[in-house]
Design a protein around this ligand. Sequence first.
Ligand SMILES: Cc1ncc(COP(=O)(O)O)c(C=O)c1O
Length: 388
Amino acid sequence: MTQAGKHFLQIPGPTNVPDSVLRAISSPTIDHRGPEFSELTISVINGLKKVVKGPKSIPIIFPSSGTGAWEAALVNIVSEGEKILMFDTGQFSTLWKNMAEKLGFEVIYIQSDWRTGVDENKIAQTISDDKNHEIKAVCLVHNETSTGVTSKIPSTIKKIKSLNHPAIIMVDTISSLGSIDYSHDDWLVDVTIGGSQKGLMLPPGIAFNFVSEKAIEISKLNSFKKSYWDWNEMVLNNSNGFFPYTPSTNILFGLKEALILIDLEGLEKIFDRHKRHAKATRLAVKSWGIELLPINEDEYSNSLTSLLFNSGVNADYLRKIILEKFNTSLGTGLGKWAGKIIRIGHLGDFDDPMLLGTLSVVEMGLSLAEIEHTSGGVKSAMDYLEKN
Ligand SMILES: Cc1ncc(COP(=O)(O)O)c(C=O)c1O
């Protein structure tokens, strides 16, 4: 059924793509082996370094989804049978862990409750027990999109470093890059994994590894078989602005425009905008009397908010009503939270009217689905936005 007006896409990615980015993507495709393309590559690589706060990093752009960038990170660093340490923050850390096992790596997976972030003490304990330095890499998800929990990555890495363990540090920033403060260089990350379709305001289609010199050196010695994902082929070709295979030319046009938009608004202002929208969303949820899925206040995500319903409530029925009646898509529960939560995405190209529209349809949906709540959540968000 077609509906007048714009579809509201308030899932936690893919996010809304700004008109100027869409226009850039619709430009005529150019020769990916010509001089104009080489300039484009070099400019987006430099722009990406700013977004990840990684002037020393080497950005690598794959024509893939985020899952491809996970695989690239693993196969360049780890070899068959080697150990890696991962932490169970939710569905996405679990998918990454499953991939690592399929590739033949031995995963030490620290279990958790999918309501809290990485426990740095448990990580530190496992690392200090690893006297022979068998753990090749520690792989962490910065913002767990399936729960709306942001892990404290800087203090976790500090703890690992204080134990003088040489493990490579990999961090998935797929739903935090360009939305939540992150610093590849200052936090001493070796491999940052990112994707196009969330904070960067692009359609899905390209994904990133930002790589430290140490990671590049290890990748050169790593014997694990790879071809498409080989960093060194990429770095060699990228140095002249080219790729070892056909890149996603038009998405790169979009990336160039998105980087201009990010630069114009300013990265810190973008982080503040996300923080403000997340706070307004939580105030609405609190007024409704609905529980937030994340337990710890200092781990609340600024890019999405997950609402946990009482047993007996079918969260997907609420989403269905909101989609059918108000033409708005909200995020579904994933993995063990399927049917129990909804996720409101408030990241990317997003402003106050979009947030208030989203919260309004949730409040109306709660009434229509006859879910017990107190009205007035939207008003609480409005009051906060008005004053802050
Ligand atoms: C934190 C996180 N990691 C990894 C992925 C996987 O990325 P993709 O679906 O683009 O392969 C996602 C997707 O939403 C994600 O949110």
